[in-house]
Design a binder for this molecule. Structure first.
Ligand code: DP6
Length: 367
């Protein structure tokens, strides 16, 4: 039986049958990367991330009985209208429809509803910032809230978030980590930390220095990626270095959690940068190989490392599956780092654009 499946959740058993819920979920940046998966969206290795705040998705989900909706579709398992930035978005709609269809064993009531979903990102869609984490997290939370509106509150707050993270993971792996704030672990680590492959868990022992850690995202290149994350994960199955990578990632996860607990920035920087390089190295040795960095990605990395060497300021970089550079540093160094970013790094970005982001609380319910 699929976890959380509940055949009794039928609309005929609901205490009310229409409503509206909304959530804001932030993006997250992985420090130890999820790259390679198996089964139903299960990670080959544990990943560790910091939850951001300025880069987020807001999703509103309105629902009513299918019979009562003027735009209801009776030829489909899921009756859905999806709007992105207030415009119909057929490509996203098809993806969401497939995802919701896969959730029917968990939420059988979806079969009797018509859904209207409105989604909005705080960052431009073309910015090359992965939006699947924030958007799937916000959608998963909306689904869990909808269940509560329909059938009443049955879960504790912890279980509610666990279920949302589980559902978000099914939509996009990294989304499992966008439910909770600050630092999150997804995947099995050594016994010291109670973690799961099925949902993300917040890292409770976080050193205060990371609670408002800065992430300035340098938008090196805007536009769609040449290879999707989904395709990239799949290529790990034939990658000659995958086994050694998964072993390394397990070790890195433990070392990273130790650094996040102790506030050891030297260790944090060492693992963070190694993880960024190894992610892109894995892409470059895939079959077929691909490169997502741009020349200015490397120029920015070089400049960041040089600045660190010259100033001893604990600044470092990481990358996700794209050319943009995430510049990580403690908030207390902001005044010294920002002039450097403006003068040396911004000129490397497309139209000199960057986003000032920082670690924060995680997803929030909207009125
Ligand atoms: C490089 O979560 O986007 O950002 O599960 O196929 O949706 P899917 O992949 P996705 O992969 C993210 C990969 C990464 C590293 C990370 O966020 O851990």
């Amino acid at each position: 039986m699929i976890r959380y499946s509940n055949p009794s959740l039928k609309l005929e058993n609901a205490r009310q049958n229409s409503g509206k819920v909304a959530w804001r979920s932030p993006s997250n940046i992985a420090l130890v990367k999820y790259w390679g998966k198996y089964g139903l969206q299960l990670p080959r290795n544990p990943s560790v991330s910091l939850t951001l705040s300025a880069s987020y998705t807001e999703t509103t989900l309105a629902f009513l009985p299918r019979q009562q909706a003027s735009k209801a579709r009776f030829d489909k398992k899921i009756s859905l209208e999806f709007y992105f930035e207030d415009q119909p978005a057929p490509a996203f709609e098809a993806k969401i429809e497939k995802f919701l269809e896969s959730l029917l064993p968990i939420f059988p009531f979806l079969a009797d509803l018509h859904l209207e979903i409105f989604s909005h990102n705080s960052f431009p869609h073309s910015a090359g910032i992965a939006s699947s984490a924030s958007s799937m997290a916000a959608l998963a939370l909306c689904l869990c809230s909808m269940e509560e509106v329909l059938f009443g509150t049955t879960l504790t707050q912890d279980d509610f978030y666990q279920k949302a993270s589980f559902l978000a993971r099914l939509g996009s792996g990294s989304a499992a980590r966008s439910i909770h704030g600050r630092a999150v672990i997804w995947g099995k680590t050594s016994k010291q930390w109670e973690t799961s492959e099925e949902w993300g868990v917040p890292f409770e022992a976080l050193h205060p220095i990371f609670e408002d850690y800065q992430d300035t995202i340098l938008l090196i290149h805007e536009g769609e990626k040449s290879v999707s994350s989904r395709a990239g994960h799949a290529l790990m199955n034939q990658n000659p270095f995958s086994a050694i990578r998964y072993e390394q990632a397990h070790k890195h996860a433990v070392l990273m959690l130790e650094a996040l607990q102790s506030g050891d920035l030297e260790k944090f920087i060492d693992i963070t940068e190694k993880e960024a390089f190894v992610l892109h190295a894995l892409m470059m040795v895939s079959e077929p190989s691909f490169v997502l960095m741009k020349p200015n990605t490397l120029r920015a990395i070089e400049a960041i490392q040089f600045f660190r060497q010259q100033t001893q300021i604990p600044i470092c970089f990481t990358l996700d599956a794209g050319p943009n550079v995430h510049i990580l540093y403690p908030k207390s160094y902001q005044e010294r780092v920002l002039p450097f970013i403006k003068s040396e790094l911004a000129p490397l970005a497309h139209h000199s654009k960057y986003i000032l982001d920082q670690v924060s609380e995680g997803s929030i319910a909207l009125d």
